[in-house]
Write a protein that binds this ligand. Structure first.
Ligand SMILES: *Cc1c(COP(=O)(O)O)cnc(C)c1O
Length: 448
């Protein structure tokens, strides 16, 4: 906040969170500390830069805006229009898209907008099985999507644990879906979007590519882009893309003429209300960061770290689903180690290594137990962890999961986790700021 703004504020608006609500402040402080003290291996997690954080916590939250730039239902939107256009243009440039909608509140909502655009209640969807790596929003039966549409699922091949496009084609011919969804939350391999488009064309379906997990890799050119192939591309922005908790929709040149207007009205007023203007700003900053060479360096390192972690774990006798990884995540099958995913998650939490239990293809355990865990390297890489740290992490996981750890082992692992965290104290280390101390920095004490 500038000095002149400060003067204009009524007195109690000038007070910060700490004095207005010490309870919430204390919780945030504890969470800040937890984030610093833990090794974050949840594949969908990341740390945003201070610039994105500042935009998220800005006064833009105060502005009400409905509709789109130049087509608003409230006045006073001149700055907001400029902001949203800036974000839209950056998204189009970064992803080579002809149309971008930056308003979805989350990745799930972006998917709902696509469903509303091309489906009528009862229409058939073919998406990836939740237990094989798919996402809840692709039609799980207890969700809105599952209740409104006739949802069918493809699985990975039982031997290779990879997508078998011939099998998917055969299934698509049988089911005749109106929409095919390509994209996953727990699939460690490259997805062939052009092949998916061929399948969609053969059965007369629309193709949605949901790149929630891999959008950062796509932006950096390290995973083939679906934009030239899929009728719709949706993504969350808080995962590999390292932005706010939000969503985005992209259309390629081939589909924008038909669907640009339709997708916009499906987002608003179809499934959402007024614009989260602060999130638009944060996404604009995220996109600017993603256009920088250091973002490509970051994604390359994420992939390198993922490969190192996967290889080292396999050398230590862990079985990885599909035998490895091409992206930022991996699935570890623990059934031969005699430990469930749930137990492994809890055991690693005790030494401040954060992971999630995950269903494996053809899993015999319940979803609350699971036979595996999912690991990802996006967050640790943002923090500055490199190859050395990945070898350390593999060893720590091995010590905690390969046999019941003794109290002494647990204490040793905890010390090592502390050492690694202290080695990389800044959770937003990628983006060095210009030395100016922001209001948020002192509020959240992001710098250690
Ligand atoms: C994370 C994810 C989403 C959306 O999640 P939100 O929490 O709504 O942003 C959608 N699809 C896939 C494949 C995901 O992994």
């Amino acid at each position: 906040m500038t000095i002149s703004q400060e003067k204009r504020q009524p007195k109690n608006y000038g007070l910060g969170l700490e004095s207005i609500d010490p309870e919430v402040f204390a919780i945030i402080e504890r969470e800040n500390q937890r984030q610093k003290d833990n090794i974050e291996l949840i594949a969908s997690a990341n740390f945003i830069s201070r610039a994105v954080l500042e935009a998220t916590g800005s006064i833009l939250t105060n502005k009400v805006a409905e509709g789109y730039p130049g087509r608003r239902y409230f006045s006073g939107c001149e700055n907001i229009d400029e902001l949203e256009n800036l974000a839209i243009n950056r998204a189009k440039e970064l992803f080579g898209a002809a149309h971008a909608n930056l308003e979805p509140y989350t990745g799930s909502q972006a998917n709902h907008a696509v469903y509303l655009t091309v489906l009528k209640p009862g229409d058939r969807i073919l998406g990836m099985d939740l237990g094989h790596g798919g996402h809840l929003s692709h039609g799980a039966k207890f969700t809105m999507t599952g209740k409104h549409y006739d949802c069918h699922f493809y699985q990975v091949d039982a031997d290779t644990e990879c997508l078998d496009y011939d099998q998917i084609l055969a299934q698509a011919k049988e089911i005749r879906p109106k929409l095919i969804i390509a994209g996953a939350s727990a699939y460690p391999r490259i997805i062939d979007f052009s092949r998916f488009r061929e399948i969609a064309d053969e059965v007369g379906a629309y193709l949605l590519a949901d790149i929630a997990h891999i959008s950062g890799l796509v932006a950096a050119g390290l995973h083939p882009s679906p934009v030239p192939y899929a009728h719709f591309v949706t993504t969350s922005t808080q995962k590999t893309l390292r932005g706010p908790r939000s969503g985005m929709i992209l259309l390629g040149e081939h589909s924008a003429p038909e669907f640009a207007r339709k997708i916009d009205s499906a987002v608003f007023p179809g499934v959402q209300g007024a614009v989260h203007v602060h999130a638009i700003a944060a996404k604009a900053v995220m996109l600017k960061e993603a256009m920088s060479p250091s973002f490509v360096t970051y994604q390359r390192q994420t992939l390198k770290n993922s490969r190192i972690l996967a290889t080292d774990l396999m050398e230590r006798g862990f079985r990885l689903v599909s035998g490895g990884t091409d992206n930022h995540l991996m699935l570890i099958d623990l059934s031969e180690k005699g430990i469930t995913g749930k137990e492994a998650e809890d055991r690693l939490a005790r030494v401040r290594i954060t992971v999630n239990k995950n269903m494996l293809p053809y899993d015999s355990q319940k979803p609350t137990i699971c036979s595996g865990i999912r690991l990802g390297t996006s967050a640790t890489t943002t923090r500055g962890f490199g190859s050395e740290e990945m070898y350390c992490i593999a060893e720590l996981i091995d010590q905690m999961l390969s046999s019941e750890p003794t109290a002494k082992t647990i204490a040793k692992v905890q010390d090592e986790v502390s050492r690694l965290c202290h080695l990389h104290p800044r959770i937003d280390s990628i983006y060095e700021q210009d030395g100016r101390k922001s209001a948020l920095e002192s509020q959240y004490q992001l710098q250690s």
